[in-house]
Ligand binder design. Structure first.
Ligand code: AMP
Length: 687
């Protein structure tokens, strides 16, 4: 086993760190004795040169220089060409990683084999996979990809903590902005929520100064700055920004086309020029707090990370909002690299079954992903396509979700299923990021059958997406190929779906008793059963709604294919009050006239007042073609259930501990009886 390191692969600068003999993380200086290395590559004609020298060449106006490529990570269209070779962001990142590996090897005088690499929390599957690939290309075994704010919090956690602290990590680097809400105790570090924008960083602040100076120069001399002059000014603008972090005003000399312009820029002017950029970070910060129903007052502190948090406008904002000075004690340039080294040590112990290392800052780390994982599905009435969320953002990773999908198999067995996976929060497919077209083939030869596929979607420990599928009746795993997203996506999802014949849409309302007797365990069990039901339904052809009834009836959620909305409504149920029978009235109103197959699954644990009225209204539902399933437990009356159900087979009494099983059976029956078959047949329910 070689040496392991932690690497902060930054947009503007990168850092490599290791665990020293005292068990503490320490930054490895590069050949010029610097802790941070510019993520810049210069192509000299005799091969690439990385780091300080490349940055100097760039400053000198050299053109064959690549920088800021991290912003295009995972973008297959982005190619830079030097001396007849094309380079992707993966290739360029691999060069930086390899340079850091070599620097570490020289410093440590041993081979470096393994690394934890950090990425912005906001990186999607594509960018994370690309980072893994870059690591491999650089000759590293990538132990894990972790989020930058998480790594920074780990480094911060080196300091002894007596009690659990809730910390907001505000990470503004050179090209990306990440915000994470983290809970840190002596032994654990849990990321509660994260968000960000990977097109927002120090570079945008530089650009504002650049435009400002170029405009002043143009106004004075009527000369538009281009090419080398702009490159030169870019570097000056970054310097000016740094000076304005230390001083209230700074002078700038702009030289081009034989003319010289001298300008003074004040900090206040700079803050005006960039106010909207600050506001973007503020909106994201506040949305992360709101997501967890927290306010600034609930925080123990704010941890600034990334070089751009040195700007006074950032520290002022943090101090103003949290009424405390930003947390200190970690170097904002080095924290991420140091945290990555701690994580690398913990990964090595685990993956190599190695003895426990001496290690400061050891914590069990739980991270989350900033994006929900979804797939494109038809809505139930097949009038449009929707993005159906499979794994909600901010769930701890690794996370997996298995969902059934029903489809007819072709006679000759050449069936193929295309699944478009997305990352994004929006229902509308036009606003999502597409991960690829996941094509399943190798279906079992069960011709002319509606097959149920159990598809498992997963975020692994790196936040990378994995998908697999099994045909339920044969247990046969399907073959998966990931194809690029066709050029007509997402435009094609603006059209009406064309597949009209195969699956009859299904609308189900869960009608749950929330009277006082359901308080406590009965309601918890009912919620568990309902959640399971939702997970086992094919939401690409099923809409589910939720009604609760006690003294009054309330529609907690209109029928929807958005699994997240239904689960949220189920989660929010609470019990109290008496029972009345009005729910069939509400149900009729919701389902009358709805196209396709309609079901109501009623769950109750007691006697209803106004039973006769309920039975009469239930009959109206039956006559309208609404299938009613009635499940009772506790003090429920079987005779009454038989009358409100569409048929006596669709009513039964069960035990509270078997509710989940009962709901799961119903979901499976509904799913497996999908399509034309589902219309005529009654459910074969477990008794
Ligand atoms: P990072 O990617 O975290 O290394 O952050 C680099 C960014 O921090 C670059 O945009 C730098 O210009 C910026 N930066 C570094 N030092 C300062 C400073 N003193 N004032 C303002 N920005 C800075």
């Amino acid at each position: 086993m070689g040496q392991f390191v932690g690497i902060d692969l930054g947009t503007t600068y990168s850092v490599v760190a290791y665990i020293n003999a005292q068990g503490r993380p320490e930054v490895i200086p590069n050949e010029h004795g610097k802790a941070i290395t510019p993520s810049v590559v210069y192509f000299s004609g005799h091969g690439p040169i990385v780091g300080d020298e490349a940055k100097e060449r760039q400053a000198a106006g050299e053109e064959s220089v690549a920088s800021f490529f991290k912003r295009s990570m995972g973008d297959t269209q982005f190619l830079l060409s030097f001396y007849g070779h094309d380079y992707t962001p993966i290739d360029l990142s691999a060069l930086v990683l390899n340079y850091l590996k070599t620097q570490a090897e020289q410093f440590l005088r041993t081979a470096v084999t393994d690394a934890v690499i950090t990425v912005p929390a906001y990186f999607t599957h594509r960018e994370r996979s690309a980072t893994l690939e870059a690591g491999k290309k650089a000759g590293l075994n990538v132990l894990k990809i972790i989020s930058e704010p998480t790594a920074a919090a780990l480094a911060y956690g080196l300091r002894p903590t007596q009690r659990e602290q809730r910390v907001l990590v505000y990470d503004l680097g050179g090209g990306t902005f990440d915000i994470s809400l983290v809970s840190i105790s002596a032994s654990e570090l849990t990321v509660l929520a994260t968000d960000g924008d990977h097109n927002l960083g120090g570079k945008d602040w530089d650009d504002r100064l650049l435009v400002h100076l170029a405009t002043l120069f143009e106004a004075e001399y009527g000369i538009e700055l281009l090419g080398d002059d702009i490159n030169e000014l870019h570097i000056q603008a970054e310097q000016l920004k740094r000076t304005l972090s230390a001083r209230q005003s700074a002078d700038m000399r702009v030289q081009a086309a034989g003319q010289v312009g001298n300008y003074t820029v004040t900090r206040a002017q700079f803050e005006d020029l960039t106010r909207d950029l600050m506001e973007r970070t503020q909106r994201l910060t506040e949305s992360v707090l709101a997501e967890k129903h927290l306010t600034w007052r609930d925080l123990d502190g704010v941890l600034p990370v990334g070089g751009s948090t040195r700007m006074p406008m950032v520290t002022d904002y943090i101090t103003r909002m949290s009424s405390k000075a930003p947390m200190s004690g970690v170097n904002p340039d080095e924290a991420v690299g140091l945290g990555a080294a701690i994580q690398a040590a913990m990964e090595i112990e685990q993956s190599h079954n190695a003895p426990k290392l001496m290690l400061a800052g050891r914590k069990k780390t739980t991270d989350v992903i900033a994006h929900s994982l979804g797939m494109i599905a038809e809505n139930t009435d097949r009038s449009r396509y929707v993005n159906s969320i499979l794994i909600t953002k901010n769930l701890a990773i690794p996370a997996a979700q298995t969902r059934p999908y029903t489809m007819p198999l072709r006679k000759r067995g050449n069936t193929r299923l295309e699944v478009f996976l997305t990352q994004g929060e929006h229902d509308n497919p036009q606003y999502c990021t597409y991960l690829g077209c996941y094509v399943f083939s190798n279906f079992p030869s069960i011709a002319d059958k509606i097959a149920v596929l159990d598809i498992t979607y997963q975020y692994d420990k790196n936040g990378v997406v994995n998908v697999s599928a099994v045909e339920r009746s044969t247990g046969q795993p399907l073959t998966l190929n990931i194809e690029p997203v066709p050029p007509d996506v997402p435009a094609r999802f603006e059209e009406r779906p064309t597949d009209q014949k195969t699956r009859e849409p299904l609308t189900v309302y869960l009608v749950i008793d929330t009277s006082g007797s359901m308080s406590g365990t009965p309601l918890t069990e009912a919620q568990r059963a309902a959640e399971r039901f939702v997970n086992e339904c094919d939401l690409s052809s099923t809409s589910i709604g939720l009604i609760s009834f006690s003294s009054s009836v309330s529609v907690e959620q209109q029928a929807t294919q958005n699994g997240r909305k239904i689960q949220k409504a189920i989660h929010n149920l609470h019990a109290g009050g008496g029972t009345s029978g009005d729910s069939f009235h509400t149900l009729y109103g919701l389902l009358h006239g709805v196209e396709g197959i309609r079901y109501a699954i009623v769950l109750t644990d007691g006697q209803w007042s106004g039973q006769q009225a309920a039975i009469a209204k239930a009959k109206e539902c039956h006559e309208d073609g609404i299938e009613v399933v009635a499940i009772g437990f506790g003090g429920a009356d079987h005779h009454f259930l038989e009358q409100i159900a569409s048929s006596s087979e669709q009513s039964f009494l069960t035990d509270m501990s078997r509710l989940t099983e009962a709901f799961s059976t119903i979901a499976r029956e509904l799913t497996e009886g999908a399509g034309e078959k589902r219309a005529g047949s009654k459910l074969r329910l477990m008794r």
